[in-house]
Design a protein around this ligand. Structure first.
Ligand code: NAD
Length: 487
């Protein structure tokens, strides 16, 4: 057993859970239990919310100077960086992320996010005096209150940072519900916050499933829900928040398209594109899983992809040379294999992969797979598979046709364009209705800039100052003429 907890982190203290249920964390490579934590109940949620409410209404955290809050976030970022390998191995053991990728994508990136908000908070203009139309007005940006942060299992520490970084920088208090698959890194983060001196009451970490999570969403003392997960769950949560006029932001699924223009240099583009298409075993909301290729270069694109995807090393997530690890759970492998069957039934052809890797008799592995002869109307082109499965889709006509195919999707999270002509690429980027876009770039998200979804990929933008503003309420205070407050 890797790591076991018998307490929950509620209001900054390790306390006995109200119930006696437990969650087993199973290593997807070995199928063995790697950790165990308490399964939080509704009573635990109520207790966590009560702590957060009190800490918000009466505690020091919302009333501190932004620089004081930033100092805690800096310590958290430093502690994460000091334990990069340990945290990467922990997350790889929880959910199968290849450890070499995990060190950057699952651990260093969250540290960058905490560092970014630590840097932003002291310089952000929380109070602004405006001239107004009828006299001076103080526009005060105040913390929104008690935040429910709900995260999926695929990039667990990253999503925690995307929520806790700006929420805490803003002065909010937080009840964080990690996914039941990945509670261990969340508890490690709780320990790190505790060691960094976060005041008691400000943070709770309560791992649980959907039903208990819904209690958190519905709780009348929660002011704001920050959710990342599937579009189906996002619709449910958005509806529940709407009933209570509770503030909410949603980061949801994607089916992003990489557009190869007819002048693309494949030898340069594919090594930048492919790691984004199959990142984290394809269990990534921003994965570029639709690859749009001009008809007259289609075969050339397919040949290059088959060669490169076929050469990827599949295996134990903890092996630093592995590029594709196991999927998070048996049910996720069933889902991915189900889509591989659907694709074949729809008439698409498997060019490489499609089965389970030879010589591996344990673990929830699926070979990285490339489908060809895919029409964009097929389910494998429209639905989020969340596994290492790519669909190569030919397009006829010019750049506008490629943009039309990319936009023929209910999602709008990410995307990319690859071309020898950046002006052409920028025109394509402007035409695609997604919240984030890459022009000949391997970098899908820059944490100083907004990230989020158009259409069914979400509501709101995380990262950048926009990510902080998700956790602020604006209050306008009209002032008497001639009065200048000390800010
Ligand atoms: P999921 O929606 O099943 O669960 C996500 C989290 O929400 C879990 O903690 C789960 O317990 C909780 N949850 C689910 N229903 C709930 C409800 N009704 N009330 C309260 N909590 C509830 O998603 P998942 O399978 O864990 O994660 C994969 C999904 O997350 C994919 O669709 C992926 O695209 C998406 N995702 C999006 C982003 C983004 O930034 N847009 C990032 C990562 C993952």
């Amino acid at each position: 057993m890797l790591k076991s907890y018998d307490r929950l982190f509620i209001g900054g203290q390790w306390v006995a859970p109200a119930g006696n249920g437990t969650i087993d964390v199973v290593n997807p490579t070995t199928e063995e239990v790697a950790g165990r934590v308490p399964d939080a109940t509704e009573a635990d949620i109520d207790r966590a919310v009560a702590c957060a409410r009190q800490a918000f209404d009466e505690g020091p955290w919302p009333r501190m100077q932004p620089a004081e809050r930033a100092a805690v976030l800096t310590k958290v970022a430093d502690a994460i960086k000091a334990d990069m390998q340990g945290l990467a191995e922990l997350i790889s053991t929880e959910m199968g992320s290849p450890v070499a990728w995990a060190a950057m994508g699952q651990v260093f990136a969250p540290a960058m996010i905490f560092d970014y908000y630590a840097g932003l908070a002291p310089t952000y203009s929380f109070d602004e005096i405006r001239a107004g139309l009828m006299g001076p007005v103080l526009v005060a940006n105040e913390p929104v209150g008690v935040v429910a942060a709900i995260a999926p299992w695929n990039v667990p520490l990253f999503i925690a940072a995307a929520k806790l970084g700006p929420a805490l920088a803003a002065g909010c208090t937080v009840v964080f519900k990690p996914a039941p698959e990945t509670p261990l890194d969340a508890f490690r983060l709780a320990e790190i916050f505790d060691e960094a001196g976060l005041p008691k009451g400000v943070l709770s970490v309560v791992p649980a499933g959907r039903e208990v999570g819904e209690r958190l969403v519905r709780h009348p003392d929660v002011d704001k829900v920050s959710f990342t997960g599937s579009t189906a769950a996002g619709k449910k949560i958005g509806g529940l928040c709407g009933e209570q006029l509770k503030r909410f932001s949603l980061e949801l699924g994607g089916k992003s398209a990489a557009i190869l223009l007819d002048d693309v240099n494949l030898a340069e583009a594919l090594p930048m594109l492919l790691p984004n298409s199959l990142m984290n075993n394809g269990e990534a909301c921003i994965a570029q899983t639709r690859i749009l290729a001009p008809r007259d270069r289609y075969q050339e694109v397919v040949d290059a992809l088959v060669e490169q995807v076929g050469a990827m090393k599949v295996g134990d997530a903890l092996d630093p040379t592995v590029e594709v690890g196991p999927l998070v759970a048996a049910r996720q492998r069933d889902r991915v294999e189900g889509y591989i069957k659907i694709g074949q039934d729809e008439g698409a052809k498997i060019a490489v992969g499609g089965g389970r890797p030879m010589g591996i008799d344990k673990g929830w592995f699926v070979e990285p797979t490339v489908f060809v002869d895919v029409d964009n109307s097929m389910r494998i082109a429209q639905e989020e598979i969340f596994g290492p499965v790519l669909a190569v889709i030919p397009y006829d006509g010019g750049d506008e046709q490629a943009v039309a195919v990319a936009n023929d999707s209910s999602y709008g999270l990410c995307g990319s364009v690859w071309t020898a002509d950046p002006d052409r690429g920028l025109a394509v980027a402007r035409g695609v209705r997604t919240g984030t876009y890459m022009l000949n770039s391997p970098i899908p998200i820059d944490f100083a800039t907004p990230f989020g979804g158009y259409k069914e990929s979400g509501i709101g933008r995380e990262f950048g100052p926009e990510g902080l503003e998700l956790f602020l309420e604006q209050k306008s205070i009209t002032l008497p003429a001639g009065y200048t407050p000390t800010l």
